[in-house]
Design a protein around this ligand. Structure first.
Ligand SMILES: [Zn+2]
Length: 109
């Protein structure tokens, strides 16, 4: 029987007095932009046309170290390799740029 179930059964069967809830602490790690010293929030990074990641709040570029592909599961590796292909990246950037231009144009109309 698992521990939680055992405790529930115990609570149902016995007259257990209420106890004070305990509190735990955990370490929280987060990234800080080296340019503006602000926390880099989720989705506040973009891949610039220079191939570096940038903090979208201030535009500062980061050194980006490519992850070790040997740590990536086999089925995911071909996609990672494709994402690293400079021609593919250029095409993706162009597509994203064209899409952004289109959205801007529509906004102005
Ligand atoms: Zn920044």
């Amino acid at each position: 029987m698992n521990k939680a179930r055992q405790i529930v059964r115990q609570l149902l069967e016995e007259d257990v007095k209420p106890l004070k809830v305990k509190q735990g602490t955990r370490e929280e790690r987060y990234e800080i932009c080296p340019h503006c010293n602000q926390e880099i929030l989720e989705k506040h990074i973009y891949l610039g046309e220079d191939g570096f990641f940038h903090h979208s709040d201030c535009g500062g570029p980061f050194e980006s170290k490519p992850p070790d592909l040997s740590q990536v599961p086999g089925w995911l590796r071909p996609y990672c390799e494709k994402a690293r292909d400079p021609e593919f990246r250029k095409e993706m950037m162009r597509t994203n740029w064209d899409e952004r231009q289109r959205v801007e144009m529509e906004r102005k109309l």
